[in-house]
Design a protein around this ligand. Structure first.
Ligand code: FEO
Length: 428
């Protein structure tokens, strides 16, 4: 290791970030999976902070329970518990509140500061009522004084739980941002101008934690952008003291649709994904595609899942207004590439998008209904029953596919269009 590592990071002493501002967090270099779904190739850090004012201290967040001893040692290297005036909780997930119960025992006179939405969560977390707890629920613009310095709060819900908030130390121009601007990257050099290249971890974290809540990210950025920023101190990963504003700009870019700028003002995007074993579902897809293309105001795209990888499709899906999935039924199920794509969509917000399913089948034809159920589970609108055709579609059935496409496209642009006869051969 180089000489830029502050030995206090590993010696249970607080690391000073600025005048009266300390890192009292913990390193977890061995972590390889976070929250079950996130890979953490570099481990992570649980960043907690201690702020000193003329009238006392504030603790901002704690650490995962198993690292509580490290956290308390670092706290005690700067102050004793009687001087802690506030315990600010930007986010109540256990990786940031694991040491809270013990901290409350050691600093019983400290006032807990949480967001309005965090109150019920705090109650659940502590498994007690809040009657005996000294706490205040704050909202955007509320402030707390530590004498010569002031904490101001920004309500930033769903980043990434409903309770989340950011805390701004006005006089030092430091934003304690919780999970926002964080990443799972463990490097004892701590600061973004000293650690290794963490761009991948930063974007990966955004993609899995923040991306489903893009609209909330943009609302949070509206509060953050006007702030003077000397440093961003997130709850995970490097502390952003070198050009912190570029991370704000990057978040805005990541949260802003790129496709929408390429569509006309009133144009909607519809994407068809399909997989075909004998070419029958492919013929259906092409006919549906042609039907959709007849409808003004809809830009339709067609993808054969046999020729693609899932990850780039997820980006397309996020920005589409409507999605159609075509799958044959094999052994009573939709085919794996379709399920792979559908199961990878937990990182995007599909609520309210229009969905439809179709497919050829040989015997029982369950795939269409199963895909529809999955789309409903993802909170998509599935306004019309899917289209199933037994084995090879006839010319008449392909015409029905076109009508089906026109109907879905018509619903998408707010027109009522009849698709005519729907063939349900399974019921014959
Ligand atoms: Fe780092 Fe959402 O907890």
């Amino acid at each position: 290791m180089t000489g830029v590592i502050n030995p206090n990071v590993r010696q249970n002493k607080a690391v000073q970030l600025d005048d009266g501002v300390y890192w009292v967090g913990a390193l977890d270099p061995g972590l390889r999976t976070f929250d079950i779904i996130l890979s953490t190739a570099n481990g992570t850090t649980y960043n907690a902070y201690l702020i000193e004012g003329s009238e006392g201290f504030a603790v901002v967040d704690t650490v995962k329970e198993e690292y509580a001893d490290v956290f308390f040692s670092k706290l005690e290297s700067v102050t004793d518990y009687s001087k802690i005036k506030y315990i600010v909780l930007n986010h109540l997930e256990p990786d940031h509140t694991g040491a809270l119960p013990e901290l409350l025992k050691r600093a019983p006179h400290a006032q807990v500061c949480i967001s309005q939405r965090a109150q019920t969560m705090l109650k659940a977390l502590l498994k007690t009522g809040l009657e005996d707890l000294s706490y205040t629920a704050v909202k955007t613009g509320d402030t707390l004084s530590l004498g010569d310095i002031t904490l101001s709060f920004l309500n930033t819900p769903f980043l990434h739980w409903p309770d989340t908030q950011c805390t701004y130390l006005i006089e030092r121009e430091i934003l304690f941002s919780g999970d926002v601007f964080g990443c799972h990257f463990c490097d004892p050099r701590l600061f973004n101008d000293k650690v290794g290249d963490f761009r991948f971890s930063f974007d990966y974290y955004y993609a899995h934690i923040m991306r489903p809540f893009k609209q909330w990210v943009l609302e949070a950025l509206d509060l953050i952008i006007p702030l003077s920023l000397k440093m961003i101190a997130p709850a995970h990963g490097p502390i952003l003291r070198d050009r912190p504003r570029r991370y704000v700009t990057h978040y805005r870019e990541l949260s802003t649709s790129s496709l929408s700028g390429k569509l006309g003002d009133d144009e909607k995007s519809l994407i068809i994904f399909y997989m075909s074993s004998y070419g029958n579902t492919a013929r259906m897809a092409e006919a549906i595609y042609a039907g959709i293309d007849d409808v003004e105001g809809v830009r339709v795209s067609l993808y054969d899942l046999q020729g693609g990888e899932t990850d780039p499709f997820v980006d397309l899906i996020e920005e589409a207004d409507a999605l159609m999935f075509g799958s044959p039924t094999i052994n009573g199920d939709a085919v794996k590439p379709v399920w792979d794509l559908l199961s990878s969509l937990v990182v995007v917000n599909l609520k309210g998008k229009l969905g439809a399913a179709f497919g050829s089948y040989g015997w029982s034809g369950e795939a269409v209904g199963m895909v529809e159920d999955r789309m409903r589970g993802l909170k998509m609108r599935v306004p019309t029953p899917g289209l199933r055709i037994k084995l090879i579609p006839t010319d008449e059935e392909l015409e029905d596919c076109k009508l089906f496409g026109r109907e879905i496209a018509g619903i998408l642009v707010g027109k009522n269009q009849n698709r005519g006869k729907i063939i349900e051969m399974a019921e014959l």
